[in-house]
Design a protein around this ligand. Sequence first.
Ligand code: 13P
Ligand code: SF4
Length: 302
Amino acid sequence: MYRIQKLKVEKKAIILAHNYQRPEIQDIADFVGDSLELSLYATQTDAKIIVFCGVNFMAETASILNPDKTVLIPDVNALCPMASMLPADLVRLYRRKYPKAKVVLYINSLAEAKAHCDAVCTSANAAEVVSRVDSELILFGPDANLARYAQVKSNKEIIPIPQYSFCPVHKLFNKSDVIRLKREHRDAMVLAHPECDPSVWEVADFVGSTSRMYREVLISKADKFIIATEKGLLHRLKKDRGDAVFIPAYDEAICVNMRLHTLEKVYLCLRDEKYKIKLPPKITSMAREPIEFMLKIRETQK
Ligand code: 13P
Ligand code: SF4
């Protein structure tokens, strides 16, 4: 821990960590947040090096927004399987099939795919982004559940691309488990991520991104919560609501890719300045515009 802190100061580096990171990684990070907050933070830092503890699309987004900074990821194998369900060629194919539609991609997508979309969104702002895009017909991918969520909240016609892509971790949650837990804990509040199946949102009291769930818990009067998202978020919740009880809606909901980063790997990453995120300059410049579209919406909402 001390060696990491020392290197961080020497190299003018910061450590960003997603809400699903291992507890010890969250504890040494300069900032912990959801995908939207991490992207915003990456645009505001004057650090020379950003060590990104998250899956690679998150580190790529930080690199696209900071082409002059060094963005490092402690383990290059930290990939999001859902992002890989929508290759760039498929985005181009759908564009040809629906020439009048605009394409909104979830930030959980490959940089090459983002280069061919009109706007990027996260789970915290999917409906706002879809509403601001200048078309009534939207192609949305790669999470079919978030596409459905954006449709319900925005009233636009949304076609999921591809039709059935999903997050394998959020697929583990189901309505009957949540109903059973609600019966066992009648006073508990249920919070779910929009990547869960719509039948899970139906039985939830709150649906939102990881940080929105976190904030909801902080302001809630309840002292028992059933959480339907990756278990890593529970560390932050327990830390800041020590008085409350947290029940995972599914005990094995762990994103193995997010957990690949360890303290040892963070140390080596800082010491050897590896692994650098390197994207082709053309992809960087094409993907920046749709990401900035999303960040500008945030600015006008302040
Ligand atoms: P958030 O942006 O809500 O943190 O979600 C990221 C993610 O990968 C969810 O599976
Ligand atoms: Fe991807 Fe799901 Fe892991 Fe999030 S939890 S990074 S969507 S696999």
